[in-house]
Design a protein around this ligand. Structure first.
Ligand code: TLP
Length: 343
């Protein structure tokens, strides 16, 4: 039985062509700035996002923490969404490593920050208060169902940050999904933030990596923090070659993942006891299942050869490179008898 792995788009494996590009990569020592393939990827990433410079990091988690450390001073407060990956899934690095406070504000079900809460969270100029050092956005928004922040959503945050005089960082782990869903160049969305990171290792199909993009000055400083976090890699061109290949060949295919998510959602909506939570906008499909303890539901699906996660009260199915339309149909076909048999 073929295992259909819908746990995350992080499970993607490099294609034979991507592996070939990795094997053929021209290499050097990137801590000396001498890896031509890393340099090429960083130039491509910066140009694609419309920023001056970029930095290859080991992961989205490392990109986000590097960005926070670069923007802020010890003791600063960072405004983040209450449902953000940075707050929930990044091991509290901002607190533990950076001495930064994370100040959560409400995310609505479309991943937007509640602007009234943001305004209330911004600190005044008073020596008793920490400084507000940064505001973070997530696009697409993972726990808000892969929701897309459009230009109107982004501009309201940008305007406020400009008025109050602090920068904006965007966790764009799935920013290419947002751009493909909106049908705009990714640079249009990146323009609203001072720094933006995107994952190479999710829908773009690379085995490892993320790129952090920003001004030349910001990236020069970020290099120091990446090194501090253990991210100064040497012949990293082996990894960067996958990223170059992905930026050239893997972006357009994200539309297939979105189409498969729509197909999955349609099938799920027809099954009694299942509710979409919310309907998908990109490649993430969240749903609730009536009458089941979710760990048991996940176990029964696993027995049927469909892997997924229980994300705290909801099930998440993720579409990615390696999941075809026929796999979605098969996953639905395996799910129906599980639901019919009951908890
Ligand atoms: N998300 C992973 C898990 O960590 C939950 C997933 O399976 O979705 N920002 C966002 C919005 C993310 O979804 C993730 C990974 C990251 C950052 C961190 O990226 P990595 O895993 O490369 O550190």
């Amino acid at each position: 039985m073929k295992i259909i792995d819908l746990r995350s788009d992080t499970v993607t494996l490099p294609s034979p062509e991507m592996r070939q590009a990795m094997a053929n990569a021209e290499l050097g020592d990137d801590v000396f700035g001498e890896d031509p393939t890393v340099n090429r990827l960083q130039e491509m990433a910066a140009a694609t996002l419309g920023k001056e410079a970029a930095l290859l990091t080991t992961s989205g988690t490392q990109s986000n923490l590097t960005a926070l450390l670069t923007h802020c001073r010890r003791g600063d407060e960072v405004i983040v969404g209450a449902e953000s990956h940075t707050l929930i899934f990044e091991v509290g690095g901002a607190w533990a490593v950076g001495g930064l406070g994370l100040r959560p504000v409400r995310n609505d079900d479309r991943g937007r920050l509640d602007m009234a809460e943001v305004r209330a969270a911004i600190r005044g100029d008073n020596e008793h208060f920490p400084r507000t050092g940064l505001i973070c956005l997530e696009n697409t928004h993972n726990r808000c169902g892969g929701a897309v922040l459009n230009e109107e959503d982004l501009s309201s945050v940008r305007e406020l940050a400009d008025r109050k005089g602090f920068p904006v960082h965007m966790d764009g782990a799935r920013l290419f999904n947002a751009a493909v869903a909106l049908g705009v160049p990714v640079s249009r969305l990146a323009a609203y933030a001072d720094s933006v990171c995107f994952s190479l290792s999710k829908g773009l199909g690379c085995p490892v990596g993320s790129a952090l993009c920003g001004s030349r000055e910001f990236i020069a400083e970020a290099r120091r923090y990446r090194k501090m976090l253990g991210g100064g890699m040497r012949q990293a061109g082996v990894l960067a070659a996958a990223g170059v290949y992905a930026l050239e060949r893997m972006v357009d295919r994200l539309a297939d993942d979105h189409e498969n998510a729509r197909l999955a959602a349609e099938g799920l909506a027809d099954i009694p006891g299942i509710d979409l939570a919310p309907p998908p906008q990109t490649n993430l499909v969240y749903f609730t299942v009536d009458g089941w303890k979710l760990p048991e539901f996940v176990r029964r699906l696993e027995e049927a050869g469909v892997l997924c996660f229980d994300e705290g009260g909801r099930i998440r199915w993720v579409m990615h490179f390696g999941i075809e339309r026929s796999d979605v149909e098969e996953a639905l076909a395996r799910l129906r008898p599980v639901m019919a048999a009951g908890a």
